[in-house]
Ligand binder design. Structure first.
Ligand SMILES: Cc1cc2nc3c(=O)[nH]c(=O)nc-3n(C[C@H](O)[C@H](O)[C@H](O)COP(=O)(O)OP(=O)(O)OC[C@H]3O[C@@H](n4cnc5c(N)ncnc54)[C@H](O)[C@@H]3O)c2cc1C
Length: 385
């Protein structure tokens, strides 16, 4: 599907929903570091978060291009998709690698939004980006696994029923290969909370509902293992392209919001007897940000088109995420500069969006790791880590 007239109704529907959640709503939540329950409920009810779940499981069965358009419009409307974007893509691991019974059991509830699968427990405090060195273990004990360890930056854990968890099932030195020995589990957090699972919120510079998660003798039924034991790293990697493309689309939406806001302010604000936007020193940085956003947008569309054609899109998904995160951050900076002092005032929403979009050159993957990927996998340079 191309992103043209056929997606206009979806874009319009998202914009219309977002209009009910204006700046005051987000400002209040930001001050209180509260979860946008009503916003997430509205997106769920409209079926947007079930975009990528096939119709046979009750989802909307849309393409990646359509899903990306949904996330982009949310951000371009000044809203924030981060509190729920993972509900859209975390289920991909279950969809691709889960058993028929697991999919029948969970996907319809996820599609209806009755089951929230939007917690993703991969990062740990000591391993960081080096996922293969994670220390959380899952040891088989009869018809259960017993899990011990700690995760960090497990976003939305307090607002999720299920968590996709990556843990080591074979000690690293006994694993068949460098990437073997890790397994993926679908953890029912409703049962596990206070039964070995403790969640502690982390207060961050933006309102992100992120947490650290402590796992102490947490028992997970063996039937909740996804796919084969020891192959979990591959399953997690297979979901990364979708995550990168969707977050890149969010960054495009953010960049559009910043550019619109900056251009509009530059047209209206009069200093020295003329609009500030008449000065090339003000208009050129906005034009440059626009050019950067449009170039990034092309790469996001290319990555989404390859993804939905079932082709390898690792390089394009990484480049899209990189370009889009840089474009949104550049646009955010220009937007603050254009607003002068008012760029710092809460009621303009610029400083809030500025803080929110800063995340994306660091998470879900940081710039350096994308550059390493391109250097190694596209340019054939030696692996650097
Ligand atoms: C708000 C927020 C939400 C998040 N949500 C989730 C989530 O839901 N689930 C989850 O599992 N994780 C989540 N993360 C974690 C996120 O994916 C990581 O923070 C990110 O991948 C970077 O890892 P790190 O913080 O451990 O940094 P580190 O790995 O410690 O790296 C620190 C810096 O060093 C650089 N660096 C490290 N190694 C190299 C190298 N070999 N070459 C060059 N540079 C290098 C990195 O690029 C980075 O800039 C979240 C993080 C944040 C901040």
């Amino acid at each position: 599907m191309t992103d043209a007239a056929d997606l206009a109704p979806i874009r319009e529907a998202v914009r219309s929903l977002c209009a009910d959640f204006p700046g005051e709503y987000w400002r209040r939540l930001d001050r209180e570091r509260a979860y946008p329950t009503e916003f997430v409920a509205a997106l769920t009810k409209a079926g947007f978060l079930a975009a990528l779940i096939p119709e046979q499981y009750g989802g909307s069965g849309l393409t990646m291009t359509a899903a990306a358009a949904i996330m982009e419009e949310i951000q371009a409307s000044g809203c924030n998709g981060a509190p729920c974007h993972a509900q859209m893509y975390t289920m991909g691991t279950l969809l691709r690698h889960g058993s028929a019974a697991q999919k029948e059991r969970y996907l319809p509830g996820i599609a209806r939004g009755e089951l929230r699968l939007q917690a993703f427990g991969v990062t740990e405090p000591t391993s960081g980006t080096d996922t293969l060195s994670l220390r959380t273990t899952a040891v088989r004990d009869g018809d259960h696994y017993v899990v011990n360890g700690q995760k960090i930056w497990t976003s939305r854990a307090e607002h999720s029923d299920l968590m996709l968890l990556l843990a080591r099932t074979t000690p690293r030195e006994q694993a068949k290969s460098r990437t073997a020995g890790l397994s993926v589990f679908l953890v029912d957090m409703r049962q596990a909370r206070n039964n070995g699972l403790t969640i502690r919120p982390i207060r961050t510079m933006m309102n992100h509902a992120t947490t650290e998660v402590f796992l102490e003798n947490m028992r997970v039924p063996a039937e909740n293992l996804i796919g084969n034991e020891g192959e979990g790293f591959r399953y997690i990697l297979s979901g990364m392209n979708a995550e990168r493309i969707l977050i890149a689309a969010e960054c495009i939406g953010d960049a559009k919001w910043f550019i619109d806001k900056a251009a509009s302010y530059a047209r209206d604000r009069v200093v020295f007897g003329r609009p500030i936007g008449q000065n090339q020193g003000v208009q050129f940085p906005i034009a440059r940000a626009y050019i950067g956003m449009r170039a990034a947008e092309l790469m996001v569309r290319e990555a989404a088109a390859l993804y939905e054609a079932g082709k390898d899109c690792g390089a394009e998904a990484n480049m899209a995420k990189h370009l889009a995160a840089e474009a949104s951050w550049a646009a955010a900076d220009v937007c603050v500069q254009t607003h002068g002092g008012f760029g710092f005032a809460e009621e303009f929403d610029v400083e809030r969006k500025f803080r929110e979009t800063r995340l994306y050159t660091v998470a879900p993957i940081s710039t350096n790791l994308i550059l390493s990927y391109i250097a190694e996998h596209v340019l054939g340079l030696p692996r650097s880590y």
